[in-house]
Design a protein around this ligand. Structure first.
Ligand code: ZN
Length: 122
């Protein structure tokens, strides 16, 4: 991989990190209830039906939040790998990760085959 390519991936990762970070903070506010802080009591749903759908929505938000936080960690580690010169190499079998895969998932740590094996394991 050339320096230019590496720099392009780094740029992509930084931007993705930035975007997800913004997402995560607005999701957090959503999960905590309408902008956080303030008087949340006035926002309490009155009807049981509302209560149910709110709980459901909150769970969805929390799932999404966990997902994005996980992604943020992966991105941070990918940036570390760029610094260490290990970026773009499968952590499992040490073959280069195909560019098509890196384009799709710039923080991928495994080649396609090893990623499949990992998925099967978990
Ligand atoms: Zn591999």
């Amino acid at each position: 991989m050339t320096k230019g390519e590496l720099e392009a991936y780094r740029e992509q990762l930084v931007q993705l990190h930035h975007r997800l970070n913004g997402d995560v903070s607005s999701l957090k506010e959503e999960a905590l209830g309408n902008g956080g802080g303030g008087n949340n009591l006035s926002n309490m749903p009155i009807h049981m039906a509302d209560l149910g759908s709110d709980a459901f929505e909150q769970e969805n938000t929390l799932n999404l939040l966990a997902n994005e936080q996980q992604q943020l960690e992966e991105i941070a580690e990918a940036l570390d790998r760029i610094r260490q010169g290990a970026f773009g190499t499968c952590e499992e079998c040490e073959t280069p990760i195909p560019k098509a895969r890196l384009k799709e998932i710039p923080y991928a740590r495994y080649c396609v085959e090893c990623a499949r094996k990992q998925e099967r394991r978990s």
